[in-house]
Design a protein around this ligand. Structure first.
Ligand code: SF4
Ligand code: SF4
Length: 300
């Protein structure tokens, strides 16, 4: 099967991003995160992505609409409908050519249902392949300090799914540029100190790995600043629309690090922020304007 033809097909079905990793790159992952635990004959891991519209984040940025903008078009419908359809069309295309294709959502392990191993030596279900590692191994970008996967095209604005196949495909090289740049704005604007940049968390081995700051997702789960929870996705909340995620997006755009460019700046007005009691944070306690990526007159 031809990898370029496969990528063109995926793009004709709505994919904005697609990368392919050889399964050998996953050798350093434990059995409970490893694609070979799900499909032992897997030769290639395909990671397919669709962009999150910048406009889907507008209602959250203004603090006026959370659910009919981002929660649907940027999160649940994008993942469950639009991206799922692209992924499914691609698996059908692969199987039409005589190779098996296993579609996988990019879910994370926290709070997901677990069972007992069905035989000695097998990991307990459900094995969940580490999506950030897979996207990195497929050459699509890197994991940033704040725990957001960052691509050169859309920054943090995309969602991914995976396909495991026994087709041996021409693969992509991993991205070597430093996109994140460790500006630390994500950690500085979090009002609850949930991102601990002094403790890095690594996935992988000495050959290939991704790492980010340690994030206390139990704090994020009750964050009123744009974090969201999707049904069936366990307990780790989605943080792309949260103040940490939107600020990361603003900083990446400011640094010219996403190639999907816009005529106008995203952050135009004062930044809203709620404390743990859902009361507005006082102006004097707001993070610095330079960390929020807005002009000083708006931030304080
Ligand atoms: S805000 Fe800065 S440090 Fe944090 S993930 Fe984004 S680019 Fe990296
Ligand atoms: S989701 Fe909220 S609590 Fe979690 S890191 Fe982002 S701003 Fe902090």
């Amino acid at each position: 099967m031809n990898a370029n033809e496969l990528k063109n097909f995926a793009k004709s079905k709505g994919a904005d991003l697609i990368g392919i990793a050889p399964v050998e790159r996953f050798a350093g992952l434990p059995a409970n995160k490893n694609p070979l635990s799900i499909f032992p004959e897997c030769k290639s891991v395909i990671v397919v992505g669709r962009r999150i519209l910048r406009g889907a984040l507008r209602g959250v940025e203004e603090g006026t609409n959370f659910h009919s903008t981002y929660s649907t078009f940027g999160y649940k419908w994008l993942e469950d409908n639009f991206l799922a359809r692209t992924t499914y069309d691609l698996t059908c295309h692969i199987e039409t050519q005589g190779f098996e294709a296993v579609p996988l959502f990019g879910y994370t392990e926290e709070g997901m249902p677990t069972g007992a191993p069905v035989a000695p030596g097998k990991p307990a279900p459900n094995v969940l392949v580490d999506l950030d590692f897979a996207a990195y191994a497929a050459g699509l970008g890197e994991l940033g300090l704040g725990g957001f996967f960052i691509t050169p095209e859309f920054g943090i604005r995309q969602r991914f799914a995976m396909i495991l196949t026994d087709a041996k495909l021409v693969t992509d090289t991993v991205v070597s540029q430093n996109i994140c740049g460790s500006c630390e704005a994500c950690a500085k604007v979090c009002p609850f100190g949930a991102i601990d940049k002094t403790k890095m968390k690594k996935t992988g081995d000495s050959e290939i790995s991704v790492s980010s700051a340690t994030i206390d997702y139990s704090i994020c789960a009750s964050c009123p600043n744009g974090a969201m929870q999707g049904p069936g996705r366990g307990s780790r909340p989605d943080r792309i629309a949260a103040i940490c995620g939107r600020t990361c997006m603003v900083k990446l755009e400011e640094a010219g690090k996403s190639s999907n460019k816009f005529e106008n700046k995203f952050r135009k007005r004062s930044v809203w922020l709620l404390d743990g009691f859902k009361n507005p944070v006082a102006a004097e306690d707001m993070p610095d304007a330079s960390d929020l990526g807005c002009s000083k007159q708006y931030a304080k």
